[in-house]
Design a protein around this ligand. Structure first.
Ligand code: FMN
Length: 198
C-alpha cells in the first residue's frame, strides 16, 4: 500500500512538472516578439552624406536642399587649384582633363567615410560627363557596399550621359542614377527625394 501511495505521489508530481514545463514553453514567444519589433528600429537610421562639386553654385543649391531634407552631412568637393571663373578658360581646362582622364588634386577629405551607408554625389555636367574632380573623389575612398545616388545640373545634357563614368569610378557601389535638377524647382527635387524612401 505504501509503495502504491508513493508511486501515486510521484505520478502527481511528474504531471505537475510537465504542466509547468508546458506553461513555460507557451510563454516563451512573448520575448521573441519583442525582439522582432525592436530590430527595425535598431537598423532603421541610415547615415547619409551629400558630397558635391559645384563651380558656379547651381549644384550647390540642390545639394543644400538635399542636405536639409535628409538631415545628412554635407561635403564640398574642391580642387586644390581652383578653376578659372572665365567660362572659356574653365571649359578648355575641363576638356583637357577629360581627354587626359586626369585626377585633379583635391583640397579636402571626408573625415570618416566608413560611417556612411548612402552617399549622394552631385555635380554639374561638364563635357557630357561629371567633372574629373568627381573621379578623384571616387578614387579616395572605398565605396564597396555603399549606395551612391547621383544628381546633377546642366545646360541641357541629361544625367544619363554621366552614368557610365560614375559606374566605372565608384567601384563596388550600388549606383542609383538620380535626377538632373533645377536649382529653383525645389518641389521637383523634394518629390524625387520622397520617392527614394531613405
Ligand atoms: C566646363 C564646362 C562644361 C560644360 N559642359 C556641359 C555639357 O556638356 N552639357 C551641358 O548641358 N552643360 C554643360 N555645362 C553647363 C553646366 O553643366 C551648368 O551650367 C551647371 O548647372 C553648372 O553647375 P554649377 O553652378 O554647380 O557649377 C558646362 C559648363 C562648364 C563650365
Amino acid at each position: 500500500m505504501k509503495k502504491f501511495l508513493c508511486a501515486l505521489m510521484m505520478a502527481v508530481l511528474a504531471l505537475g512538472i510537465t504542466a509547468c514545463g508546458g506553461a513555460a514553453e507557451q510563454s516563451a514567444p512573448a520575448p521573441a516578439a519583442k525582439t522582432e519589433t525592436a530590430a527595425p528600429a535598431a537598423d532603421g537610421g541610415k547615415k547619409i552624406l551629400v558630397a558635391y562639386f559645384s563651380h558656379t553654385g547651381n549644384t550647390e543649391k540642390v545639394a543644400q536642399l538635399i542636405q536639409s531634407k535628409t538631415g545628412a552631412d554635407i561635403f564640398k568637393i574642391e580642387t586644390a587649384t581652383p578653376y578659372s571663373s572665365v567660362y572659356r578658360e574653365v571649359t578648355e581646362v575641363a576638356k583637357q582633363e577629360k581627354a587626359d582622364n586626369a585626377r585633379p588634386a583635391l583640397k579636402n577629405k571626408v573625415e570618416n567615410m566608413a560611417q556612411y551607408d548612402v552617399v549622394f554625389v552631385g555635380y554639374p555636367i561638364w563635357w557630357y560627363t561629371a567633372p574629373m574632380a568627381v573621379a578623384t573623389f571616387a578614387d579616395g575612398y572605398d565605396f564597396s557596399g555603399k549606395t551612391v545616388i547621383t544628381f546633377c545640373t546642366s545646360g541641357g545634357s541629361p544625367i544619363s550621359d554621366s552614368t557610365p563614368d560614375i559606374n566605372k569610378w565608384f567601384k563596388g557601389a550600388n549606383v542609383i542614377e538620380g535626377i538632373r535638377a533645377y536649382p529653383d524647382d525645389t518641389a521637383a527635387t523634394e518629390k524625387w527625394l520622397a520617392g527614394l524612401n531613405l
